[in-house]
Design a binder for this molecule. Structure first.
Ligand SMILES: [Zn+2]
Length: 270
C-alpha cells in the first residue's frame, strides 16, 4: 500500500486491513456534499457508513488519507475493484450542500499535486479515462459503471474545472511543462501553525523564515532578531499585524494564519 507523503494519515479500520488489494489504474474525483475538513470526513467514514474514499480534501487544500492506494475503497461502484485486480483511487472534496460550488484555488493545487504523485508513484497514465475501465483520470459522474445512481457528483462547476484547469495542470506539471514546484508556498493548513489550541512556539521550519521575511517586506515585521526557522512570539505578532493589514480585526486577526492572508502574502516556496 502506498501512503501519500503530503497527506495526513488517518487510517480507517477495519476497512484498511480487511478490504482486498487493488492495482490502482484510475483516479476519480468526488464532492462530498458537505463543507468538511479531512478530519471530519474521517469521523464520518469511521462512524456512519461503510463507504469511503482513499483521500479527503478540505477547502483550505489540506489532505487526509484513510486507505492505502493498494487497497480497495468503496466510492466508485464497479471501478472499486475489477475482476483483473485493477481499481480506482478516489478523492472526496469539501463542497457546499448542493455540490454546486467550484473547487477553491487551494483545492485545485492539492488535486494537481496528488494527481502528479499518483502518476509518478502508481503509473496512472496522463489521459482522461475513455471508458469505465480505461486507466487514467476522471470524475464520478463520467460513467454509469462508476455512478449507478446518476447523481451529478462532483457538480457542473467542478467538471468544468477538471477539463480546463485540473487535468491540464496535472499533465503540465508531470511532464515538466510547468514548474514542478509552485512558485509560492502552498497554505500548510491550520494544524501546521498550532500545538493544540496555542501557537506552536518553538516548532522549526524553513517556512517560518520565508514567511517572516515576507512579513518584514510588507512592513509588518515585529522582530528584534530574525526572522528565523523557529516559531516565536515575534512571528505571531508580525503575522497578526499582517492580518490586520488585510482588513481583519478581533479574533479573525489572531494566529493562526488563514489561507486567504497566506496566499496574499506570497511566501516563496521553500
Ligand atoms: Zn461521488
Amino acid at each position: 500500500m502506498a501512503w501519500c507523503p503530503f497527506a495526513k494519515k488517518m487510517e480507517l479500520q477495519p476497512e484498511s486491513d480487511s478490504q482486498p488489494a487493488i492495482r490502482p489504474t484510475q483516479f476519480i474525483l468526488h464532492s462530498i456534499v458537505a463543507p468538511w475538513t479531512p478530519e471530519r470526513t474521517y469521523e464520518y467514514w469511521r462512524d456512519s457508513t461503510n463507504l469511503e474514499s482513499h483521500f479527503g480534501l478540505g477547502y483550505d487544500g489540506s489532505l487526509g488519507q484513510y486507505i492505502g492506494t493498494h487497497t480497495r475503497a468503496d466510492a466508485n461502484f464497479s471501478a472499486n475493484r475489477r475482476a483483473d485486480g485493477t481499481g480506482a483511487v478516489s478523492l472526496e472534496s469539501a463542497s457546499n450542500l448542493e455540490a454546486s460550488d467550484p473547487w477553491t484555488d487551494e483545492q485545485v493545487e492539492t488535486i494537481i499535486r496528488l494527481g502528479v504523485w499518483l502518476h509518478q508513484e502508481e503509473g496512472i497514465p496522463l489521459r482522461v479515462c475513455r471508458t469505465w475501465d480505461d486507466p487514467g483520470y476522471g470524475f464520478h459522474r463520467m460513467f454509469s459503471e462508476w455512478n449507478p445512481n446518476g447523481h451529478a457528483c462532483p457538480g457542473a462547476a467542478r467538471v468544468k474545472q477538471f477539463h480546463e484547469v485540473v487535468f491540464p495542470g496535472i499533465v503540465a506539471r508531470a511532464t515538466g511543462k510547468a514548474p514542478s514546484q509552485p512558485k509560492f508556498e502552498p497554505y500548510p493548513g491550520e494544524a501546521f501553525f498550532m500545538d493544540g489550541d496555542t501557537p506552536a512556539l518553538g516548532k522549526s521550519s524553513p517556512i517560518f523564515t520565508a514567511m517572516g521575511k515576507r512579513l518584514v517586506a510588507e512592513g509588518c515585521g515585529r522582530y528584534k532578531v530574525g526572522p528565523g526557522p523557529k516559531l516565536g512570539q515575534a512571528d505571531v505578532d508580525s503575522y497578526e499585524a499582517w492580518q490586520r493589514e488585510c482588513g481583519y480585526s478581533g479574533a479573525a486577526a489572531k494566529w493562526p494564519p488563514g489561507p486567504t492572508t497566506w496566499n496574499k502574502l506570497q511566501v516563496p516556496h521553500v
